[in-house]
Each structure stands twice: as structure tokens, then as C-alpha cells.
Design a protein around this ligand. Sequence first.
Ligand code: ADP
Length: 454
Amino acid sequence: MIQKVLIANRGEIALRIIRACRELGIKTLAVYSEADVQSLHVQLADEAICIGGPRSADSYLKADRIIAAAEIADVDAIHPGYGFLSENARFAEQCEKCNIKFIGPKSKSIEMMGNKSVAKETVRKAGVPIVPGSDGPVDSEAEAITFARKAGYPVIIKAVAGGGGRGMRIAHNDISFAKEFHVARNEAEKAFGNGAVYIEKYIEKPRHIEFQILADAHGHVIHLGERDCSVQRRHQKLIEESPSPFLTPSLRKAMGKAAIRAATAAAYENAGTIEFLVDAKGNFYFIEMNTRIQVEHPVTEEVTGIDLVKQQIHIANGEKLPFGQGDIVTKGHAIECRINAEDPARNFAPSPGTIGLYYPPGGHGVRVDSHAYSGYAIPPYYDSMIGKLICYGKTRQEALRIASRALNEYLIRGIKTTIPLHRAIMSDPVFMEGKATTAYMEDFFARTPPDVFV
Ligand code: ADP
């Protein structure tokens, strides 16, 4: 049984994992970089070990040092959180070899799903619809253009090793394709050390709807409903909610079944997410699987009442899922706003610095997952997300009202944040009517003067 967990992460997700462990009576070890000495995860964990310099490459991505820390402190398991080493198959394998439980899927599943074209081929064979395209990497421009014409313009060129909304280019015809193909390959090489790209039909104004999966080591795979993550800027999620205002019960059922087939095809174990794009007619297409806990997991927790991080630990312990598909009932509506240290009035320029006053909202229906506090100096080396505001109401309308109220209460002085942007979106008619697609933010910016975000 797991008695002590190393948390190979920082920020709000490290706190989230510490909380789950503490409630389960499990000891925690934080690892941290020199820039994170003042971080809350270091202060709240039972033990903490510094593993290197401020840059991620010198600390949170140093697998060997993390494993060494695990051995020194004699932990049974490592929780990787999201980002950093969470989807690194080699790291999971290293843990397996050192007899340390990796709280996540087996390295083989990570490897299979981490390569986007292998992932698509795997789920296609399991009968899950995928976006038409090259289905595998394309090397030459001539070969790529053939696929692009076959799929029909517009097409999207995606990095095989891509992630975080990066490494994607859209082309509308042969001429723009030739240019974007080379740009995409160069960018992919620089960002991911792998220049391989593949081609997909670009679905116009789709919704991004993903299903939360839980799978145990005994072959049980269930889903916990969906999250609608259509509100995105540059392919990066800003707001997520559950349930999706777009899905009908029959479409939800069909997509849930497809998600389970996809996870089963990957021999999946632990918590994971199957991401789909859904067009206006309700056709859905698998785009990728995330083999880790996601940033937006709390909205699922709020509507199902299930603590996903605790379930991850139970699964890693080899326990059977305590519920079946028929036991999963969702209730009410939850919405999450990502609070980033960025200036929405200045094209989302990063805004690191020292927080003056920090006052998070509270009250009925409000949950804040954040590592921020008054006087906290945000290091410039990491992700700009400093917190998540999750609001829960009996209906979508109530959840939105609670979110508006909470955003008005949320005080973060000394730095710029995305709070004013969220406030504007919560009262925007298109969003309020549940009509946002992935094209929503662009349209919203085009019709909203930037002084709204100040
Ligand atoms: P990443 O792994 O970088 O997050 P994804 O494949 O999950 O990349 O895609 C992220 C977002 O990019 C999607 O939510 C969607 O908005 C957009 N996108 C990806 N593929 C397509 C496509 N074929 N057509 C239209 N939009 C797409």
C-alpha cells in the first residue's frame, strides 16, 4: 500500500495532490527548484527536497534527481501531476524499474497515446471516429499536399509530438500549405525535438468536448461524463465546464462509449482524458488522449462528487474501482476559469512579479485551487497559471452567476491577471447562451474593446 508519495510538480496541482494524500493518511514529499523555496507546496508537504536550479530543465524535468529524491526519502509512489514529466513514458518506465509506483498509466500506454498519429490509428481500429487526414507522419511536401487535397482544405498541420496547443498551423490552399508545412516542421523540431508532422482536415468552428476516464488494473473502464473546453485562445483552454451545453443525451452516450473503447484500446489504467472535436451537426472525432490528470479535472469532481486524485491513488494501489458506469450520476453544473498572470489588455503579455494583496473569493458554490498568497513572488520560469476558480450551481445559469459574483470578489493586486477577461465573458450573450465554439475567443476579441479587460 502507498504510504508516502513524492509529488513531481509544483503550483496548484502539487497542493491538490498534497490535500488528497493528507485526507488518505499518506505522507508527502515535495521536490522543488531554487526558485520555488517560498512556494506553498514546499511549506505544506511533510518533507521537501530541493532538486536544482530555477529552469524546469534543471529541476522539474530532471528525472534522475527526482528518482534519487524518491529513494533517499523512501517513498512508495510518485505523482507526476500535469505537464513536466507527467506524459514522459521513459520517466514512468524508470519508476517501474526502480519499484516506485507511478501514479498514472503504464509506460506502454503513455508511449502509445503520446505519439498522436499512433494514438489515432489505435483508436480508429477500435471503431472510434477520427478526423480525416494523413493518419501518420508525412515527410515530403508533395506527399503532404496529396493528403491535404484529399482531406479538402482547410487543413491543419500538427506536430506528432505536439502539446499545449503548440505546433499547429492552418492552411487554406496549396500555396499557403507549402509555406505552413515548412514552418510547422521547423517549429516542431525546435519545440519538441521532433520535426515530424501530420495532416488533418480542419474542422470549422468545432466544440472541444472531452471525456474523463477512470480505469483500474482489473479491466474496469468507466467514464465520468464530459467537459466542454471550447473557450480557448490560441488552442489553449481558458474556461471549461461540465456538462457541455451542446450535448444531447444520445450524443453523450455515443461519445462516452467511444471514449471507453479508445481507453480500452490503449490498455489504459488510471485517470485519463479522451478529447474529441464535435462539429455543428454533432459528428465527433477523436483528436488525442491525455494520459494524466488534467488542469480542468475539478469540474468533473464537482458534478460527480468523485475525488479524482484520490481515485488515482486507489487505482495505483491496485484497488478495484468502487463504482460501475451505472453508479455515475452527474448533478448540477460546474465551470472553471483559469486565472493566469497575464495582461489580457496587452495581448496576454506575461505579468510575473510579487502579488500584493491576495484575497480569494468564497461562499456557497465556490472553490479556488491556487498556490498564490499575499506577498508571493511569481517566478518567471514556469506556466503563467496561478489559480483556478471553480463554481458550482444547480443549473448552468446559476453557476455563471456565482462565477460572476466570485470574479468580482477575487482580489489579486500587484500583477495583471485574466480575471477581468473572465468577468467580461461571464456576461457575454454568446457565452451565456452556451454557443461558444473554439472560434469564440477570436470573435469575442473582435467585438470587445480592450479597455474592458483593464
Ligand atoms: P494539444 O495537444 O497541443 O493540446 P490538440 O490536438 O488537443 O493539441 O488540439 C488542441 C486544440 O486545437 C483543439 O481543442 C482545437 O481547438 C484545435 N484543433 C486541433 N485539431 C483540430 C482540427 N482538426 N480542426 C479544428 N481544430 C483543431
